[in-house]
Design a protein around this ligand. Structure first.
Ligand code: GRF
Length: 214
Protein backbone atom coordinates (compact mmCIF):
# COMPACT_ATOMS: atom_id res chain seq x y z
CA UNK A 1 0.00 0.00 0.00
CA UNK A 2 1.19 3.52 -0.83
CA UNK A 3 2.82 5.34 2.06
CA UNK A 4 2.34 9.08 2.19
CA UNK A 5 4.49 11.69 3.92
CA UNK A 6 2.72 14.96 4.68
CA UNK A 7 4.53 18.30 5.10
CA UNK A 8 2.51 21.07 6.76
CA UNK A 9 3.19 24.38 8.50
CA UNK A 10 -0.13 25.33 10.05
CA UNK A 11 -3.71 24.39 10.82
CA UNK A 12 -3.68 21.34 8.55
CA UNK A 13 -7.28 21.30 7.32
CA UNK A 14 -6.14 19.71 4.04
CA UNK A 15 -4.16 17.15 6.04
CA UNK A 16 -7.39 16.41 7.94
CA UNK A 17 -9.40 16.01 4.74
CA UNK A 18 -6.86 13.44 3.53
CA UNK A 19 -6.87 11.61 6.88
CA UNK A 20 -10.67 11.45 6.79
CA UNK A 21 -10.74 10.11 3.25
CA UNK A 22 -8.18 7.43 4.17
CA UNK A 23 -10.18 6.41 7.22
CA UNK A 24 -13.38 6.22 5.17
CA UNK A 25 -11.63 3.90 2.70
CA UNK A 26 -11.92 6.36 -0.22
CA UNK A 27 -8.11 6.53 -0.48
CA UNK A 28 -6.31 3.23 -0.03
CA UNK A 29 -3.04 4.49 1.39
CA UNK A 30 -1.42 5.12 4.72
CA UNK A 31 0.09 8.29 6.17
CA UNK A 32 3.51 7.27 7.43
CA UNK A 33 4.59 10.61 8.88
CA UNK A 34 3.80 14.29 9.29
CA UNK A 35 6.79 16.62 9.06
CA UNK A 36 6.36 20.23 10.07
CA UNK A 37 8.67 23.25 10.15
CA UNK A 38 6.62 24.85 12.96
CA UNK A 39 6.58 23.37 16.46
CA UNK A 40 3.18 24.98 17.16
CA UNK A 41 1.46 23.79 13.96
CA UNK A 42 -2.05 22.54 14.73
CA UNK A 43 -1.41 19.78 12.20
CA UNK A 44 0.65 18.07 14.94
CA UNK A 45 -2.51 17.72 17.09
CA UNK A 46 -4.35 16.23 14.15
CA UNK A 47 -1.56 13.68 13.65
CA UNK A 48 -1.67 12.76 17.36
CA UNK A 49 -5.43 12.31 17.24
CA UNK A 50 -4.98 9.75 14.48
CA UNK A 51 -1.92 8.00 15.93
CA UNK A 52 0.40 9.32 13.24
CA UNK A 53 4.05 10.01 13.95
CA UNK A 54 5.11 13.64 13.60
CA UNK A 55 8.51 15.25 13.36
CA UNK A 56 9.43 18.92 13.71
CA UNK A 57 12.26 19.83 11.36
CA UNK A 58 13.28 23.48 11.19
CA UNK A 59 15.65 24.95 8.62
CA UNK A 60 17.59 26.81 11.32
CA UNK A 61 18.84 23.47 12.65
CA UNK A 62 20.50 22.64 9.34
CA UNK A 63 23.47 24.09 7.51
CA UNK A 64 21.62 25.38 4.45
CA UNK A 65 18.62 24.53 2.32
CA UNK A 66 20.17 21.50 0.61
CA UNK A 67 20.97 19.76 3.86
CA UNK A 68 17.53 20.63 5.26
CA UNK A 69 15.64 19.11 2.35
CA UNK A 70 18.10 16.23 2.09
CA UNK A 71 17.37 15.39 5.75
CA UNK A 72 13.61 15.55 5.13
CA UNK A 73 14.03 13.23 2.12
CA UNK A 74 15.97 10.73 4.18
CA UNK A 75 13.32 10.67 6.95
CA UNK A 76 10.69 10.03 4.28
CA UNK A 77 12.72 7.33 2.54
CA UNK A 78 13.43 5.64 5.87
CA UNK A 79 9.69 5.14 6.27
CA UNK A 80 9.12 3.92 2.74
CA UNK A 81 7.18 7.01 1.64
CA UNK A 82 6.18 6.91 -2.04
CA UNK A 83 4.22 10.17 -2.24
CA UNK A 84 4.96 13.47 -0.54
CA UNK A 85 1.96 15.70 0.06
CA UNK A 86 2.46 19.39 0.82
CA UNK A 87 -0.53 20.51 2.84
CA UNK A 88 -0.02 24.18 3.61
CA UNK A 89 3.77 23.82 3.81
CA UNK A 90 4.75 27.47 3.52
CA UNK A 91 8.18 27.07 1.96
CA UNK A 92 9.58 26.64 -1.52
CA UNK A 93 10.79 23.05 -1.49
CA UNK A 94 14.49 22.56 -2.31
CA UNK A 95 16.29 20.31 -4.75
CA UNK A 96 17.36 17.95 -1.97
CA UNK A 97 13.78 16.73 -1.73
CA UNK A 98 12.61 17.24 -5.33
CA UNK A 99 15.44 15.11 -6.75
CA UNK A 100 14.58 12.27 -4.36
CA UNK A 101 10.87 12.35 -5.31
CA UNK A 102 10.59 13.37 -8.99
CA UNK A 103 6.90 13.89 -9.83
CA UNK A 104 6.03 12.33 -6.51
CA UNK A 105 5.49 15.55 -4.57
CA UNK A 106 2.07 17.19 -4.73
CA UNK A 107 0.95 20.62 -3.60
CA UNK A 108 -2.37 22.40 -3.42
CA UNK A 109 -2.54 26.07 -4.30
CA UNK A 110 -5.55 28.33 -3.60
CA UNK A 111 -5.88 29.82 -7.09
CA UNK A 112 -6.33 28.66 -10.66
CA UNK A 113 -2.70 28.37 -11.73
CA UNK A 114 -0.89 29.77 -13.61
CA UNK A 115 -2.82 32.78 -12.26
CA UNK A 116 -1.85 34.08 -8.85
CA UNK A 117 1.04 31.86 -7.73
CA UNK A 118 2.83 32.63 -4.47
CA UNK A 119 1.77 33.21 -0.90
CA UNK A 120 -1.43 35.22 -1.39
CA UNK A 121 -3.40 33.46 -4.12
CA UNK A 122 -6.82 34.40 -2.73
CA UNK A 123 -5.95 38.03 -1.89
CA UNK A 124 -4.36 38.54 -5.31
CA UNK A 125 -7.50 37.20 -7.03
CA UNK A 126 -9.77 39.55 -5.04
CA UNK A 127 -7.47 42.53 -5.70
CA UNK A 128 -7.39 41.74 -9.41
CA UNK A 129 -11.18 41.57 -9.59
CA UNK A 130 -11.48 38.18 -11.29
CA UNK A 131 -14.94 36.63 -11.54
CA UNK A 132 -13.76 33.04 -11.12
CA UNK A 133 -10.97 31.58 -9.01
CA UNK A 134 -10.38 28.20 -7.41
CA UNK A 135 -7.66 25.78 -6.48
CA UNK A 136 -5.04 23.67 -8.21
CA UNK A 137 -3.35 20.40 -7.29
CA UNK A 138 0.00 20.14 -9.02
CA UNK A 139 3.27 18.26 -8.93
CA UNK A 140 6.08 20.23 -7.39
CA UNK A 141 9.09 21.32 -9.37
CA UNK A 142 11.75 23.85 -8.46
CA UNK A 143 9.63 26.89 -9.32
CA UNK A 144 6.97 28.57 -7.23
CA UNK A 145 3.68 26.80 -8.07
CA UNK A 146 4.87 25.99 -11.60
CA UNK A 147 4.71 22.17 -11.75
CA UNK A 148 2.40 20.02 -13.93
CA UNK A 149 -1.28 20.48 -13.08
CA UNK A 150 -3.16 17.41 -11.85
CA UNK A 151 -6.58 18.81 -10.94
CA UNK A 152 -8.37 22.13 -10.68
CA UNK A 153 -11.73 23.25 -9.34
CA UNK A 154 -13.33 26.64 -9.89
CA UNK A 155 -15.45 28.82 -7.61
CA UNK A 156 -17.21 32.12 -8.40
CA UNK A 157 -15.81 35.38 -7.05
CA UNK A 158 -18.45 37.87 -5.92
CA UNK A 159 -18.21 41.66 -5.95
CA UNK A 160 -18.34 41.82 -2.16
CA UNK A 161 -15.82 39.03 -1.58
CA UNK A 162 -12.96 39.61 0.81
CA UNK A 163 -9.81 37.51 1.03
CA UNK A 164 -11.50 35.61 3.88
CA UNK A 165 -14.81 34.86 2.16
CA UNK A 166 -13.11 33.76 -1.04
CA UNK A 167 -10.58 31.66 0.92
CA UNK A 168 -13.41 29.83 2.70
CA UNK A 169 -15.18 29.06 -0.58
CA UNK A 170 -11.95 27.82 -2.16
CA UNK A 171 -10.99 25.75 0.89
CA UNK A 172 -14.12 23.62 0.57
CA UNK A 173 -13.04 22.70 -2.97
CA UNK A 174 -9.48 22.04 -1.80
CA UNK A 175 -10.84 19.43 0.58
CA UNK A 176 -12.53 17.70 -2.36
CA UNK A 177 -9.90 17.71 -5.08
CA UNK A 178 -6.77 17.06 -3.00
CA UNK A 179 -8.00 13.69 -1.66
CA UNK A 180 -9.24 12.83 -5.15
CA UNK A 181 -5.86 13.55 -6.76
CA UNK A 182 -4.15 11.45 -4.09
CA UNK A 183 -6.60 8.62 -4.65
CA UNK A 184 -5.87 8.69 -8.40
CA UNK A 185 -2.12 8.68 -7.74
CA UNK A 186 -2.43 5.78 -5.30
CA UNK A 187 -4.29 3.77 -7.94
CA UNK A 188 -1.67 4.42 -10.63
CA UNK A 189 -4.11 6.53 -12.63
CA UNK A 190 -1.78 9.48 -13.20
CA UNK A 191 0.89 9.69 -15.87
CA UNK A 192 2.89 12.54 -17.35
CA UNK A 193 3.24 13.49 -20.99
CA UNK A 194 5.68 16.40 -21.00
CA UNK A 195 4.11 18.75 -18.54
CA UNK A 196 0.62 17.49 -19.26
CA UNK A 197 -0.85 15.16 -16.68
CA UNK A 198 -2.92 12.34 -18.18
CA UNK A 199 -5.55 10.69 -16.03
CA UNK A 200 -6.01 7.05 -16.92
CA UNK A 201 -9.56 6.89 -15.77
CA UNK A 202 -12.36 6.95 -18.21
CA UNK A 203 -16.06 7.51 -18.11
CA UNK A 204 -18.37 4.85 -19.61
CA UNK A 205 -18.28 6.74 -22.94
CA UNK A 206 -14.50 6.44 -23.06
CA UNK A 207 -13.70 10.10 -22.38
CA UNK A 208 -11.38 10.98 -19.56
CA UNK A 209 -12.90 11.82 -16.22
CA UNK A 210 -11.97 15.21 -14.84
CA UNK A 211 -11.12 14.72 -11.15
CA UNK A 212 -12.76 18.05 -10.34
CA UNK A 213 -16.05 16.41 -11.31
CA UNK A 214 -15.65 13.80 -8.58
C1 GRF B 1 -4.48 26.21 1.85
O1 GRF B 1 -5.24 27.31 1.43
C2 GRF B 1 -3.62 25.71 0.72
O2 GRF B 1 -4.19 25.92 -0.53
C3 GRF B 1 -2.38 26.54 0.84
O3 GRF B 1 -2.19 26.70 2.23
C4 GRF B 1 -3.45 26.59 2.89
C5 GRF B 1 -3.28 25.52 3.93
O4 GRF B 1 -4.42 25.35 4.73
N1 GRF B 1 -1.27 25.88 0.20
P1 GRF B 1 -4.49 24.12 5.71
O5 GRF B 1 -3.28 24.19 6.61
O6 GRF B 1 -4.53 22.87 4.90
O7 GRF B 1 -5.77 24.33 6.49
Amino acid sequence: MLKIGVLASGRGSNFQSILDRIESGFIKAEIAILITDKPDAYAIERAKNHGIESLVMQPRDFDGKNLYYGAIASELKKRGVGLVVLAGFMRVVGKGLIDSYPNKIMNIHPALLPSFPGLHGQRDAVDYGVKVSGCTVHFVDEGVDTGPIIAQAAVPCHDDDTEDTLSARILKKEHEIYPLAIKLFSEGMISLDGRTVRLKCSKPDGTLMNPAEG
